[in-house]
Design a protein around this ligand. Sequence first.
Ligand code: XMP
Length: 506
Amino acid sequence: MILVVNFGGQYAHLIARRIRDIGVYAEIIPYTEASRSAIEARDPEAIILSGGPSSVYEAGAPGIGDWVLDLGVPVLGICYGFQLIAHMLGGEVRRSRGEYGPTKVRVLERSGLLRGWGEEELVWMSHSDHVAEVPRDFIVTALSENGYVAAFRHRERPIYGVQFHPEVKHTPKGRLLLENFSLGIAKAERNWNPERMMELIEEYLRRELEGCDSVLAAVSGGVDSTVAAVLVSRLAGNRLTSVFVNHGLMRKGEPEEVVTLLRDLGMDPIYVDASHEFLSALRGVRDCEEKRRIIGEKFIEVFSRALRGRRFDCLVQGTLYPDVIESGGEIGADRIKSHHNVAALPGWMEARVIEPLRYLYKDEVRALARHLGLPDWVAERQPFPGPGLGVRVMGEITEEKLRIAREASAIVERVLRERGLHSRVWQAFAAVGDDRWVGVKGDSRVEGYIVTVRVVESEDAMTADWSKLPPEVMEEVSKRITSRIPEVTMVTYAITTKPPSTIEPC
Ligand code: XMP
């Protein structure tokens, strides 16, 4: 295992993910919890000190004791972590003009950490401080085009640092560097795969399920809650009750598919079709936050009713690793929208929360879903907001607009699937509002709906880029939507990144 000590850098998760992509298990620990005993207890094979927004020479700057360099395991500092190593060992870090974005570096030592690198390479920089003087016994192994130290290593000990970010894809040889570090220098074994994930999860579940006589899993149809329920059912058997509430705002075919799947997997879910109840509670409501509030409240109400006051000792949630890390640390993000989650369960339910996916990233959950033999449509399922189509229908939710959003989204997903693009994008859907566009269908004038197609690429939904789909794919989407949904006369494509936009329309 490789431990990433997080100093508040926005890329700390990316470091861990890249290491795991290489096949080595990596965990993140906030610097505030990175005491010597906490690190020794985890027994890492190597340690990476992440980037961060502070300056090492400021009073109260985030830090770690220099014992971390004496544990006998290789250490790699990235950006702030690199400057921290310099600072701890008597080098000097100073404010500079800074370097941002793609930058050329001259590689002075093309072995060890930089094995396989050319004499000149492109890297991604994002720093305003620089290492003005390297500590004693350190060798500069790369220099930036602006003359700054871009990489160094200790003469004898396995201590390395890079000013740039090898974890971002804008550093083309970054993955190779991380491979050199984890496999070549740290000699970590490449064994992070679905079998190991299962071992870790089963160990966790055996521990956590002790004393759980009755376990509850709320399944939404998404890949996380479905995989979580399946994992628990394998160990808890008929102690598990799964509940699926259909709020009438699901994707096309979703309720039937999910219920059938759970049955096929040997679970006997409580299925509640509350679509009429939700839709009538939402009648006349135009404001999106108000919709979210109503859906959230209604959910609890329907859910509680379905359980008829039964008590459960344990509750399964599909929480993923980024949420586990963020909720425990100071590295939280502002919530722009009030996300509704099953977390807000009835007050009388004081169940212990069980999170079988707490060690995994989203793509690992997908790999695990395949390993468990779940069908591709589950494994590949894109993230879907709790309030469902309720946030993809702008303005009042009517049966007609719901049908349009549902059909149009299904078309977008189908076309992308046919072209092999579906699994390459983060989310692909269609939204509809009240704006109209005049069209001609047959020979007559019709005033139809405008459907907006949104296809985004993202690593974590915090930022997103619109997908540059080939024009013929966009054309196919438009043709199918307007021909199969008579009420639609215009299809638009959303071309704004997040930020300044968000992924969902509201
Ligand atoms: P935004 O629209 O804020 O979405 O850029 C970021 C990610 O979160 C999903 N999303 C939600 N998920 N409940 C959820 O569980 C919600 O209310 C909700 N709203 C947005 C969205 O699909 C995207 O992946």
